[in-house]
Design a protein around this ligand. Structure first.
Ligand SMILES: [Zn+2]
Length: 571
């Protein structure tokens, strides 16, 4: 296969990996700076020295250029650009989206890209505008898919072809396109026509489009977000599983006198200081940079340094399992990005399937933290906790007598067993008391996010495995294995919280429950002296409480089938 992708570390749906093209390796996530042969603010050689392993240029510009059209065929793209890394070529689709037509066919552009020695070829797909009506989107997607099929038929499965995913804002079309691209055997899949969304700060739509495409793309595919170049949004896109970005933003912003940072861009005229540690910013004051003769080039160098540093920061965050913290930090820089971040969190159930099990840390950073994948995964697995009849959720983590189960409470996760020490959000491991089997996602091998208890529960205080279910059903009418407790915190004011607790299909509002530190009503959590009238026991034929037999209660038949029967265990 001409293009191979290997995923290494992962966090949320993002991953670090290796893209291998023609025996050349690119660390991902990666930025492919755009190179225009006619206008090189920063040369490919300089890019290489800055650590760039891959770049993108436009085959259509070369093909239409009197200066380069033939020369590039004779010398080859790598020699002409003086760059021995991976060079990807776009087909002219961008020009198609801007000018409405191009004077080249799908087969011609691919043959040209092959002839000039490009490492990754892009068919002439049609980037449908986000504002297109459904009929247009369907028609243009059909043409794009036909061209992808044509490319595979002409150049074969081993050709280094990219398979762009189009479909405008229609999520079902994006899903359909991504599925077909995967079925056709493309392992390098750009998501196209998203530049207008980013230019108009429509990050909610951007999130929906990427998530729709990712839903049906093969997990092994390398995903390239076409035209994404502002460092502020890389973390958000990487969290959804975008591996590559390309943009001319570093040069375009520089020409407009704009200075990129990870939290937005500034006009150089507005800056009194340069908040950056790159070589340009350390060797110039803001005033010197403003008045420099080669200001545009210097700004381009700075913009590139900031962009590449952010990519490295994302790779490190994925490796360390701290990508959520980085996404949260970046998305608070602009209200529309925060809106996109909140949209991403509505997809948390999908993201949870990709997310790693252990993380370096979990910092509460605001309401959005409550919807993170770690919280969702924990709350899904609460259903697997085995509980006694009387359950107390204690907010102060104190020890209580008189309850079968005492749970501590830690927002935003919710209740957790008292034997779990420390911060339950750190280094989750499987608790042996939690039922084995498949995790909430149906994927095997998802350990429960609980630490090992420091001491095993007293085996005498619990019925043998297998009996618990019967006892539970008899005593509470609920099956312990199927019990679902879900805490939904809807309002916060300081440390006070308000919301609902759901146990199976019943929902109770709090803070009433937690302020009084009473137990869940549905589990008949009354203190012993508040119990309803006792009933005759099936074992001792006396009036006693369900549960372990009290001292002195030793009637005939108390031991049966090798186990000690419990009072209240009728029959
Ligand atoms: Zn700088």
């Amino acid at each position: 296969m001409a293009i191979a992708f290997e995923s290494l570390d992962s966090d949320i749906a993002g991953r670090t990996g290796k893209l291998v093209v023609n025996k050349k390796v690119v660390k991902t996530p990666a930025l492919l700076p755009v190179i225009n042969p006619h206008l090189q603010l920063v040369t490919p050689r300089e890019l290489k020295e800055m650590g760039v392993e891959a770049l993108i240029t436009n085959a259509y510009i070369f093909s239409q250029s009197k200066q380069y059209s033939e020369r590039v065929k004779e010398e080859g793209l790598h020699k002409l650009l003086d760059f021995d890394g991976v060079i990807m070529t776009d087909s002219g689709s961008f020009q198609l989206s801007v000018y409405g037509q191009v004077s080249i066919t799908n087969e011609q552009t691919l043959s040209y890209q092959k002839a000039i020695g490009s490492d990754i070829w892009v068919p002439l797909d049609i980037p449908t505008s986000p504002d297109a009506d459904r009929e247009t989107a369907e028609r243009e997607l059909a043409i794009t898919m036909e061209r992808l099929r044509e490319a595979k038929e002409i150049f074969g499965n081993d050709a280094p072809l990219a398979g762009p995913v189009q479909g405008s804002l229609y999520q079902d079309l994006r899903e359909k396109a991504a599925k077909e691209v995967g079925d056709l055997g493309f392992s390098f899949c750009p998501i196209g026509a998203v530049v207008p969304l980013m230019e108009s700060y429509r990050y909610r739509d951007l999130v929906d489009v990427i998530m729709a495409a990712k839903r049906t793309l093969p997990r092994s595919a390398c995903v390239h977000l076409f035209g994404a170049g502002h460092p502020a949004m890389f973390a958000l896109a990487a969290a959804m599983g975008c591996d590559l970005f390309d943009s001319a933003a570093y040069a375009l912003y520089a020409k407009e006198g704009r200075y990129l940072t990870t939290h937005g861009s500034f006009k150089i005229d507005e800056l009194t200081d340069l908040p950056c540690s790159c070589a340009v910013c350390r060797s110039h004051t803001a005033e010197e940079l403003r008045k420099a003769k080669d200001r545009t080039r210097l700004l381009a160098l700075h913009n590139l340094a900031v962009t590449l540093a952010e990519i490295a920061r994302i790779r490190q965050a994925i490796a360390a399992g701290t990508l959520w913290e980085l996404v949260d930090e970046r998305c608070r820089n602009h209200p529309q990005m925060l809106s996109g971040y909140r949209r991403l969190l509505t997809h948390n159930a999908e993201l949870e399937r990709y997310d790693r099990v252990s993380k370096r840390r979990f910092f509460y950073r605001g309401d959005e933290t409550c919807a993170r994948t770690e919280v969702l995964r924990y709350q899904n697995q609460l259903a697997r906790l085995r509980l006694g009849k009387e359950v107390l959720v204690a907010c102060d983590n104190g020890v209580r007598e008189g309850y079968d189960t005492v749970l501590s409470f830690k927002p935003p996760f919710g209740p957790y067993p008292g034997c779990v020490k420390g911060d339950i959000s750190h280094r989750p491991e499987r608790d042996p008391r939690v039922g084995r089997g498949h995790g909430p996602t149906g994927l095997p091998g998802h350990p429960a996010p609980l630490r090992k208890p420091q001491r095993e529960p007293d085996p005498g205080s619990r019925p043998p495995p297998g009996m618990e279910r019967d006892l539970c059903r008899r005593n509470t009418g609920l099956c312990g294995a199927a019990r679902m407790i879900k805490i939904d915190i809807r309002k916060r004011d300081g440390l006070a919280r308000a919301g609902t607790v759901s146990i199976d299909d019943k929902t109770f509002p709090f803070p009433a429950v937690f302020e009084t530190e009473t137990a869940f009503p549905s589990l008949a959590t009354t203190r012993r002296n508040e119990r309803p009238a006792r009933r005759p026991c099936g074992i001792c034929k006396d009036v006693c409480s369900p549960g372990p037999r009290p001292a002195g209660c030793n009637p005939p038949g108390a031991r049966q089938s090798g186990r000690e029967r419990r009072c209240g265990d009728a029959g």
